[in-house]
Ligand binder design. Structure first.
Ligand code: 13P
Length: 252
């Protein structure tokens, strides 16, 4: 069975409520007639419930940019998976490089978030990626392997739709430098193999692995033509309705 492509927009710390509403309306309009791919948007927390209203009854999936593992409690500044579920949120980005590098989230913390999300039927978009110096020093595979094994410790899945993996090389995020399609494909194939050692092979074969890092209208088609690239996680280019529409409407 072919993997259904997933085009995801991470709005990061951008958009006022009005801007979020307008962008969500444009994404719904751009995705309405497409039934062969999934489209996801991850607005900032302040706009989640507003955008939930816009995407209700559309094909667009709502995601948060992070999630706590507990259903409730004294965790100032966090959002629980039940709160997300309550407003119709289906996915949560977890382990984004900005969380790892700017807010020092560890593999252990990320693992707890992943477990809490899955237990509460929120699909994690589990992000991993190496820095430029790690790649240049030949440590890329060790870094990715460490992030994947630690992030997925004690995680068990019934099916592949419970988890999405996003490979986002840190050196390609917001820099305009995209991994070439061959570099990305090589890592994705390696990751699928690794996921096959962690979960059952048929689950890994069905799991969606996204590429992220300076995805633009100019490079989307060639990226999506690679065998193991099942979608993209887009930052900057997801904030402009026209460029995100072109990315959603990729051609294989
Ligand atoms: P850019 O597309 O702006 O490089 O951001 C990628 C990203 O971090 C998506 O999560």
């Amino acid at each position: 069975m072919a993997r259904r492509p997933l085009i995801a927009g991470n709005w990061k710390m951008h958009t006022s409520l009005d801007e979020a509403r307008a962008l969500a309306v444009a994404v719904v309009a751009a995705s309405n007639d497409l039934d062969d791919r999934d489209v996801m948007i991850a607005p900032p927390s302040t706009a989640l419930s507003e955008v939930a209203g816009v995407v209700a009854d559309s094909n667009v999936i709502l995601s948060s940019q992070n999630v706590h593992w507990a259903v409730k409690g004294a965790f100032t500044g966090e959002i629980s998976p039940l709160m997300l579920k309550d407003i119709g949120c289906k996915m949560a980005i977890i382990g984004h490089s900005e969380r790892r590098h700017v807010f020092f989230e560890t593999d252990e913390l990320i693992n707890k978030r992943i477990q809490g999300a899955i237990e509460n039927e929120i699909t994690p978009v589990f992000c991993i990626g190496e820095t430029l110096s790690q790649r240049e020093e030949g440590k890329m595979i060790d870094v990715l392997e460490g992030q994947v094994w630690s992030g997925l410790e004690n995680v068990s899945l019934h099916n592949a739709s419970q988890l999405v993996v996003a490979y986002e090389p840190v050196w390609a995020i917001g820099t305009g430098k995209t991994a070439t399609e061959n570099q990305a494909q090589e890592v994705h194939a390696y990751l699928r193999d690794l996921l096959g050692n962690i979960f059952e092979k048929n689950i890994a074969a069905q799991m969606r692995i996204l590429y992220g890092g300076s995805v633009k209208p100019e490079n989307i088609d060639i990226l999506m033509q690679q065998d193991d690239i099942d979608g993209v996680l887009v930052g900057g280019a997801a904030l402009e309705a026209d460029s995100f529409e072109r990315i959603i409407r990729f051609h294989k």
